[in-house]
Design a protein around this ligand. Structure first.
Ligand code: SF4
Length: 216
């Protein structure tokens, strides 16, 4: 036992389409510093009762059930959330102990201090980054926080030359940004050397229904 514990809101097996290559298991972490208006996982804001907590060994045992799929397809484990970088020490310890063949993906908004990203920057095979919007006013209105941490961490990824390991999600956020804003974000990101983008629209109704359902 190394003492690191991961608090999870859920584990989803056998994901094929959404995350990277191969078959993956999504491990969704508790907690997020942002409060996005159309968040699809608002249950991560409050510590669930009972919370699912895993040591590194327990998590490896839990996801090992799909080891054969991971090895055969080049897949692995996706740390998402919530914001998984709030539990960066665990992810680092997991990488050290998990089979080397498993890929480790990170789905993050990067809204954490740089030191958290630095803990895992060399452990992650592929980053899926949801930046919301690069425009400060839009970002703050939508997420409740300023974009400084996100921008600083994006810069760090770019300075490390990791652009080829990053896909950036560029959402169209009804009532908050427009196609033009999104194109402006993309232009800024291209100037930083990023070239892989996932453009999509947020599922507004689904998100609002979910928030109402759990009273968030
Ligand atoms: S970053 Fe993700 S989990 Fe956090 S509030 Fe926004 S949508 Fe929800």
């Amino acid at each position: 036992m190394n003492g690191h514990i991961f608090h999870a809101i859920g584990i989803e097996r056998l994901r094929v389409i959404n995350d990277g290559e191969g078959i993956t298991t999504l491990v969704a972490g508790y907690g997020c510093p942002l409060r996005c208006q159309y968040c699809l996982n608002p249950q991560c804001f409050e510590m669930p009762k009972p919370v699912h907590s895993y040591s590194v060994e327990e998590m490896i045992r839990e996801v090992s059930v799909d080891d054969l799929y991971f090895q055969a397809t080049g897949g692995g484990v996706v740390f998402g959330g919530g914001e998984p970088l709030l539990q960066a020490d665990f992810i680092h310890a997991f990488r050290k102990q998990a089979p080397k063949e498993w890929k480790i993906y990170l789905e993050s908004s990067l809204a954490v201090k740089e030191e958290e990203l630095l803990k895992v920057i060399r452990d992650i095979d592929f980053f899926l980054i949801d930046i919301k919007d690069m425009n400060e006013e839009i970002y703050e209105r939508y997420s409740g926080k300023k974009p400084d941490l996100m921008r600083c961490n994006l810069k760090l990824l770019a300075e490390r030359g990791l652009q080829d390991k990053v896909t950036i999600r560029l959402p169209l956020i009804a009532g908050f940004n427009t196609d033009k804003n999104r194109a402006e974000s993309e232009e800024l990101l291209r100037e930083m050397g990023f070239s892989s983008f996932d453009r999509f629209s947020y599922a507004v109704k689904k998100a609002l229904d979910k928030r109402r359902e759990i009273g968030a």
